[in-house]
Ligand binder design. Structure first.
Ligand SMILES: Nc1ncnc2c1ncn2[C@@H]1O[C@H](COP(=O)(O)OP(=O)(O)OP(=O)(O)O)[C@@H](O)[C@H]1O
Length: 267
């Protein structure tokens, strides 16, 4: 089986992703789709008068500061507009897709992190009231029930804390944990870039191949949220996933192209 994670950045062609998934699904490929929704969440948050706030940790990782109001906006967009938009596309293409968040059935579970360290003007501040977490446990039973019943699961953050509180989890790392837990042969991380670029944003600087034992060394090329993808790739291969491909979701047949090795292949 394969796990496909498609991001929610500008330029991603969800129609092309869904058409390709429908084609592979009807040919018998067992798969789970995980998605993001960051760009649309930023737009809706602005429109609702609660603009997004991103924090950068002392180790250089960027994340969305998720207070309760942000979490609710996040859910509206990720679990509502984006998730149902993908499920509708797939249904129209004849795929019996079911959309769930990681909170449903506690598919993605982890500890609630209430505070985050943020570097602001060169100083480290501690911000409280954060609703984030890292996926520590994937409960695959519900996902397997759906697959065995012929349904294509379409999953999205948030996840559930061990106390049952909704927590914003990173979609790439959640997909990586899912791929490892499901013993997937491949994890595809599709976004609005051709893959991991050595000199972002120069698209001709694509890194085509990374040795599985060496992934973390490539963190230095990733900026901003790309770092989480590299981290997710490292976690997936350490968890036994055969290969991880960073692929382009702006092209025709994006899933097949990534499966054929177009992008950055980690193996
Ligand atoms: N070295 C790099 N190579 C490629 N992209 C990079 C690099 N460094 C930073 N990036 C940025 O990482 C972004 C992809 O990560 P991001 O999390 O924003 O995407 P996503 O997975 O599509 O979104 P979502 O958070 O909605 O799931 C690219 O749009 C690019 O701007």
């Amino acid at each position: 089986m394969i796990v496909v994670k498609v991001g929610g950045s500008e330029g991603i062609d969800l129609d092309a992703v869904c058409a390709d998934i429908a084609h592979l699904w009807s040919a018998g490929t067992r798969m789970v789709l995980v998605h993001g929704g960051s760009a649309e969440t930023n737009r809706v948050a602005e429109a609702l008068g609660h603009p997004p706030k991103f924090v950068t940790s002392p180790s250089g990782f960027t994340s969305r500061f998720t207070d309760r109001a942000t979490l609710e906006i996040f859910e509206m967009v990720y679990c509502g507009k984006v998730n149902k938009g993908i499920v509708e596309r797939l249904q129209r293409l004849g795929v019996n897709a079911v959309g769930l968040s990681g909170l449903d059935g506690r598919i993605f579970e982890g500890k609630h992190k209430d505070s985050v360290r943020s570097v602001e003007d060169g100083k480290v501040k501690v911000l409280r009231g954060d609703h984030t977490g890292t996926v520590e446990k994937v409960n695959t039973h519900l996902v397997e029930l759906l697959l065995d019943g012929g349904y294509l699961p379409v999953l999205t953050p948030p996840g559930a804390s061990f106390d049952g509180v909704a927590v914003n989890v990173d979609g790439d790392r959640a997909a990586a944990a899912l791929a490892a837990a499901m013993h997937a042969e491949a994890l595809l991380l599709l976004s609005n870039v051709p893959g991991l670029l050595r000199a972002f944003p120069d698209e001709s600087s694509l890194i085509e191949r990374i040795d599985a034992s060496d992934v973390e060394a490539y963190l230095e090329f990733a900026q901003g949220r790309m770092k989480k993808k590299v981290l997710g790739a490292a976690e997936a291969v350490q968890g036994g996933v055969g290969r991880v491909i960073f692929g382009d979701a702006r092209v025709e047949g994006p899933v097949s192209a990534a499966l054929a090795g177009r992008g950055t292949v980690v193996s």
